[in-house]
Design a protein around this ligand. Structure first.
Ligand SMILES: *Cc1c(COP(=O)(O)O)cnc(C)c1O
Length: 470
């Protein structure tokens, strides 16, 4: 008999006590799928000549149970962010503020007045719920919300400049995260890009000379994720507004992150808040909901009524519209901004950015005590100082002083440690620097600590399994 013929049949595996017991906890089709996956794996190994003998029933059953756990847990899950990048796009950008939770639950699990005007008893606008609040907070006349800032820029360009020219400085032709590039979004909208100036210097006269009967818009784009330094010149929003007024052209600004509070209070002073662009007379301002604002993924558009109105009527809006959960989370987040001090305390993104070196050091000491008590003796910790980043394409040059925890275990390499923590039930994501696996305390939440302890407890076993795999 060949080894292939000795691989047990599905029906037999289902009769093994460990597997049949699983039928009481998992739906039968899922158990079947798990058994087939494991047996297919064995057959493949046998085909390749990599299977010397059939593993014992207990081992196969264990693989089936592990497969079942994988099949029945959510793929999209919570992780512990130990990277120190506060607005980490790969890890979901901003955490919502606690007060938002109730608002989110209310609309998600009940009917709501999403598009129903409770006063008039008739159809209403889904945008009305946040428009007033956005106008109140930014000083703008009108507001609109779409899926993300990329959608906001696409919609605004489509509605205001399709078939016409948009003037942009060569120093502001940004690419964000590989998929948002100003020239590409421009092409997609049907607007024609008219580049002016040079990479490092653009002057008011560059815009003035480029204005023609074909011009529809002057656009300013925030250079979110890079900095041009040295011999540079940039036309400010206020200057651009003046140039726009001379030729009766509207001015739009994609300000990227879009903060609503003055961040100089927490040492981040170089990005003017949205209100300043509105006050300077910029006609349309777009920004993200989940970067410095600390809300859900959204693209926010504020500006003059006459210019936001065509956006509200544009057919693209239907394709870019946000759902009720985004609306609830955004309204809840924006409400917190009515009190700037409350916003800095309650909005996790701002709270994490505001943590001082001394607070992080104290947090490091207390965490170290807890971890030393709870983690296995073979796991070692070293505390050091370092720097965290804002992330999300904001303040690319800012380095926030922080406290780092280096995790070690015997002779395990940082790569092995990183992999083992990443495989924990609640994965812990760290970063490797100078041959150490580091966890940055700035982005680790208080309620992450139990998950962190669980991952550290499982570390010796996980590292052992890694050895055996090799
Ligand atoms: C981040 C960013 C975008 C894209 O915003 P999303 O909300 O991720 O779509 C566009 N423009 C600028 C300047 C940005 O910083």
């Amino acid at each position: 008999m060949t080894i292939m013929q000795n691989i047990p049949k599905v029906d037999r595996v289902l009769e093994w006590p460990a597997v049949s017991a699983a039928l009481t906890r998992y739906p039968r089709p899922l158990v079947l799928k798990a058994v087939r996956t494991v047996l297919d794996g064995l057959r493949l190994e046998a085909c390749e000549g990599a299977l010397a003998e059939i593993p014992p029933a207990e081992v196969i059953a264990e693989h089936v149970l592990r497969e079942l756990v994988l099949l029945s847990t959510s793929r999209l899950k919570r992780v512990v962010n130990g990277t120190g990048v506060v607005i980490h796009t790969n890890l979901g950008r901003s955490l919502l503020a606690a007060p938002v939770q109730q608002a989110l639950t209310d609309v998600a699990f009940s009917y709501s007045n999403l598009e129903f005007d409770l006063e008039q008893g008739e159809r209403g606008s889904r945008y009305a719920h946040v428009e007033k609040l956005l106008c109140e907070l930014t000083g703008a006349e009108a507001a609109l919300v779409v899926n993300n800032n990329a959608a906001a820029v696409l919609l605004a360009l489509s509605a205001l400049a399709a078939g016409k020219e948009v003037i942009v400085s060569r120093g502001e032709l940004v690419e964000i995260g590989g998929s948002f590039r100003i020239p590409d979004v421009m092409r997609q909208s049907g607007a024609l890009l008219r580049e002016v100036g040079t990479t490092n210097r653009t002057h008011p006269r560059d815009y003035r000379e480029a204005v023609s009967p074909d011009t529809a818009l002057l656009l300013k784009v925030h250079t979110s994720n890079y900095a041009v330094v040295g011999f540079t010149a940039e036309v400010t929003a206020a200057e651009l507004v003046r140039i726009g007024q001379e030729s009766s052209l509207p001015v739009m600004a994609d300000v990227g992150s879009g903060n609503l509070v003055d961040l100089s209070a927490i040492g981040l002073g170089s990005e003017p808040p949205v209100q300043e662009f509105v006050r300077a007379g910029v006609d349309v301002v777009t920004f993200s909901g989940d970067k410095l604002l600390g809300g859900p993924q959204a693209g926010i558009i504020v500006g003059r009524k006459a210019l936001v109105a065509p956006l509200k009527k544009h057919p693209l809006l239907r394709a870019l519209r946000v759902d009720k959960m985004t609306m609830a989370a955004l309204e809840g987040t924006l409400r917190l901004y009515r009190d700037e001090r409350q916003a800095l305390v309650e909005i996790p993104t701002l709270r994490m950015l505001a943590l001082s070196a001394a607070e992080l050091e104290a947090r490091g000491r207390s965490l170290l005590r807890r971890l030393r008590r709870a983690a296995p003796a073979s796991v070692t910790f070293t505390v050091s100082r370092g720097f965290s980043q804002v992330g999300g394409g904001a303040f690319p040059l800012v380095q926030l002083p922080t406290t780092l925890l280096a995790v070690g275990s015997g002779h395990a390499t940082p790569e092995a440690l990183e992999k083992a923590l990443r495989a924990a039930p609640v994965p812990v994501i760290g970063r490797i620097w100078r041959d150490a696996l580091l966890l940055d305390l700035r982005t680790i939440q208080d309620d992450d600590v139990p998950a962190l302890i669980a991952a550290l407890r499982a570390l010796p076993a996980a590292l052992g399994a890694g050895e055996a795999d090799r």
